[in-house]
Design a protein around this ligand. Sequence first.
Ligand code: GLY
Length: 374
Amino acid sequence: MKDIEIKLNKIHQNSYFIFTAYKSFKRISEFLRKNFPNSSYVIITDQIVEKLYGEKLFQIIKRSGKKTLLFSVPSGERSKSQKYKTILEEKMLENHIDRHAVIIALGGGVVGDLAGFVAATYMRGISYIQVPTTLLAMVDSSIGGKTAIDTPQGKNMIGAFWHPRAVFVDLKFLESLPQKQFINGLIEAVKMFMTSDRKSFLYVERNIDMLLKKDKRIIKNVILNALKTKARVVERDEREVGERMILNFGHTIGHALENLSKYKILHGYAVALGVIVEARLAVNNGKLREEDFLRIRRLLVNKMGIELKYLRSYKWREILNHSKNDKKTKNGKPHYVILKEIGKVYREKDKFAHPISDMAVRQSLKEITLENNT
Ligand code: GLY
């Protein structure tokens, strides 16, 4: 497979590249040698990825003769916390890692967000690269410079915009990815198509059976389309003052569910439930046609196996309370991205997220949870 590069230099003076190839480890060490010849290298990963790929990458990078360290955190959302950020920082300080060092974030969204945030604040900011190993991280979290940790109040509550110097997307990592994790990422890609790229949504709809069987050609097309969509949105609104909020479609409710479930519901699955509720909101608001809503629902529920029963586990009041912690909340009012049609969002001038009354959200939640499937 050929390399594909997407230049994101409009976002950051240090442009960065995305490769899709089956040879990322070699590429990473070449990149480090060329761009950071006098640095030490710190791989941050999790305990599962360490065994699968971390050790190997460590050995390859170490051949540079530069100081190379590997630290891993327990797998799972719990590591995206102040506690693990401090542990990593202390280990780096104890090992005399200086400000010229480069962090290599090898893993899924948790590792990418955590390692990126360590890079953002370590000695007032050092370079890092993203090596996403899950589909979710490939299509979404590794791109666009959002770094963060969670707090008991909610997801990504403390963080910074800090762009990686490069992102290496390598489809080989998907071979070891469990199906549930694969769907978890696919949901984020499909969500992007719902707000911004109708053609790609239709492509997923047409090819969903093959996609779920991990057909390489189809996966590659989906990843590239998602990357291009995300890159364009981030280029236009890096700091999320407007358009970037559309990437948050489904997240006002999704983050609330994720947090309420204590992260037992995976991010993508929570977002899928949020997408269904928020698409219903758009129908009830007179913005989205019922037909488009049914299409979205069919793809997520009938094809991708999203179970609506999880919505029934929480009281609407709890969900609404948690949704107020969302970062789109303004003056205590949660804001929602509202779909206009598949591939387009409703906007009022430069406003991409809109306040919706608690009663309207309650009504949509009620309609979805009363539906009698799964
Ligand atoms: N994951 C949403 C964003 O990067 O803005």
